[in-house]
Design a binder for this molecule. Structure first.
Ligand SMILES: *Cc1c(COP(=O)(O)O)cnc(C)c1O
Length: 252
């Protein structure tokens, strides 16, 4: 990871104004993460995944020059084109974080290192088969997180995810799949309510998972607006877009 001093220099002195902007965004977000970790008495620092959806491949390249190693995308069509176009400065991992149709599995496995949105059996078998048939040369198994739906039953906001009751069966299926690696859990906080109780619930579900699968320690939670609450509840990976890149261009 780039040092804070390097980022500060880039934020002030880089010739490209977009580089200065991105460096400033990274400084602010990294600072928020560090403060949140300290406030919750954590000695580790959660990983930052910069969500680049709707932003051009060039931004990913500039982020890579600034030391970013992990980027997130939520639509296969956009992500596959971008991944093919980007010339990264250093190691770059692509995280697929959006709802995934089974018929897109064969495309996603060609560029994604992680899929955060595994939420049904059909997708487990689909991804496993897709790696076998379409990406046999992958250097490692596909890291899968089980996306959980943390809405209360009477709430409907369509942010996706499996019923928490399906967590352990899905985990079992991923563990048995030859081309997949079980990483942990992921969630998006329900819209319009305090995210803290949802992240607390996610931490409980993660504990239930690691009791059976000790290696599956990842908790992917927290975005621009709620990363502090996610860090307080043990998030190991944060998915942050706007607060690094600025407001997203118009939806396509
Ligand atoms: C877009 C997105 C994010 C990032 O949200 P920001 O508000 O831009 O930080 C995180 N997670 C998922 C699943 C997303 O789709």
């Amino acid at each position: 990871m780039t040092t804070l001093e390097d980022l500060q220099r880039a934020a002030e002195e880089a010739e490209n104004p977009r580089t200065r902007e991105l460096a400033a965004g990274l400084i602010t977000v990294r600072d928020r993460i560090a403060r949140a970790a300290e406030a919750s008495g954590r000695s580790d620092t959660p990983e930052l995944i910069v969500v680049t959806k709707y932003f051009p491949a060039r931004d990913v390249e500039l982020l890579s020059q600034l030391g970013v190693t992990d980027v997130g995308e939520n639509k296969d069509q956009e992500a596959s084109a971008k991944a093919a176009e980007v010339l990264a400065e250093g190691p770059l991992r692509w995280h697929f974080i959006g709802q995934l149709q089974s018929n897109k599995a064969k495309s996603v496995v060609r560029y994604a290192d992680w899929v955060h949105s595994v939420d049904r059996m059909k997708l487990v078998t689909g991804l496993d088969r897709a790696v076998e048939q379409h990406a046999p040369d992958r250097p490692s198994a596909l890291n899968c997180l089980i996306q959980l739906d943390l809405r209360r039953k009477d709430h409907q906001d369509g942010r996706g995810g499996a019923d928490p009751a399906d967590l352990l069966p899905l985990a079992e299926a991923i563990t048995e799949a030859r081309q997949l690696h079980l990483g942990g859990v992921m969630a998006v906080a329900p819209l319009g309510v305090d995210p803290a109780p949802a992240f607390a619930r996610l931490a409980e579900l993660s504990a239930a998972l690691t009791a059976q699968h000790p290696q599956a320690t990842v908790i992917s939670a927290g975005m621009s607006q709620d990363l502090e609450d996610a860090v307080a509840h043990g998030a190991t990976h944060l998915r942050v877009g706007r607060d690094v890149l600025g407001p997203r261009p118009e939806h396509r």
